[in-house]
Write a protein that binds this ligand. Structure first.
Ligand SMILES: C[S@@+](CC[C@H](N)C(=O)[O-])C[C@H]1O[C@@H](n2cnc3c(N)ncnc32)[C@H](O)[C@@H]1O
Length: 273
């Protein structure tokens, strides 16, 4: 399956809107608390997107630290640069998670939230993550298992059809369940695995799932194999359930905190440049 969304300006703005809701702000707080960043640390954000997390990271490590972000989308890199323009120790560039422009062992910490489910070659990308992290360094990876999505609906068949079409928005919609063995194969030791649920028992504009309705409708409409009328009725049904106080949405994201062992495998000459 190929990556279904390229985050151009329009898709990047949709992510900014959804990722600014209290649901995803709370996720970033959980990520930061798990990372336990210290002043002066060198941190890499892989697939930094609009730079919301990178900005928080920069505040945590301060100007004696360093933040680098890469993203495959130039629109996303532009948003990160704008957000962190007053933080000169935070820099961003367009690059692929599977081939990063950094030296071996360069970072104390790396983080990648909601990115590996999009990359084509997860194993190559995890090898790159391992290479650029210093021995003893730590990394946090967070991804969604889209099969954990529960959404109340008046029409189960229509919901199934829409969600099946939406699965193609990323390369690996069930990545979390197979990630721990992949991380161990790469050479990491797993320090912690956790679930981060996003739960919206009410239909409310300032929630993750409210933004996701339009996100899904736009993606599925663009594919063209479900009639626009059906997509419209699907979205209207969710709003109607909200009005009747019968709305219910839940999905799980999974968090992995890993370490690169001090005596782990070594790389020879720099591979990323
Ligand atoms: C859903 S957004 C998440 C953004 C950010 N990590 C966050 O949590 O706010 C997914 C991001 O991954 C980026 N991405 C997808 N494939 C990539 C790849 N192979 N290398 C680097 N970035 C990639 C996308 O361009 C997009 O910015």
């Amino acid at each position: 399956m190929s990556t279904g969304i390229h985050y151009d300006e329009e898709w990047s703005q949709r992510i900014v809107q959804i990722y600014s809701t209290p649901d995803v702000v709370a996720q970033r707080e959980a990520v930061l608390s798990t990372l336990d960043l210290q002043q002066g640390e060198y941190v890499l954000d892989i697939g930094s997107g609009p730079g919301l997390l990178a900005h928080d990271i920069a505040k945590a490590v301060g100007q004696t630290g360093m933040v680098r972000g890469i993203d495959i989308s130039d629109a996303m890199v532009a948003l990160s640069e704008e957000r962190c323009s007053n933080l000169p120790f935070a820099e961003f560039q367009v690059a692929d998670a599977a081939k990063m422009p950094y030296s071996n062992d360069e970072f104390d910490v790396a983080v990648s939230t909601q990115v590996y489910e999009y990359v084509k070659d997860v194993s190559a990308s995890l090898n790159e993550l391992y290479r650029v992290l210093r021995p003893g360094g730590r990394a946090l990876i967070l991804d969604t298992d889209w099969e954990t999505l529960i959404w109340n609906t008046s029409d189960q068949e229509r919901m199934k059809r829409i969600l099946a079409a939406f699965e193609e928005h990323c390369s690996h919609p069930r990545l979390p369940r197979i990630l721990a063995p992949k991380l161990r194969e790469t050479g990491f030791s797993i320090q912690r695995q956790d679930v981060f649920p996003l739960f919206n028992p009410k239909y409310h504009t300032d929630t993750y799932s409210h933004g996701v309705i339009d996100f899904i409708a736009s993606f599925v409409s663009g594919k063209g194999d479900i009639a626009p009328r059906i997509i419209k009725e699907w979205a209207e049904d969710l709003r109607d359930l909200g009005k009747r106080d019968e709305y219910f949405f839940g999905i799980n994201r999974y968090l992995f905190l890993v370490a690169k062992p001090v005596a782990g495998k070594r790389f020879g000459k720099t591979q990323g440049n």
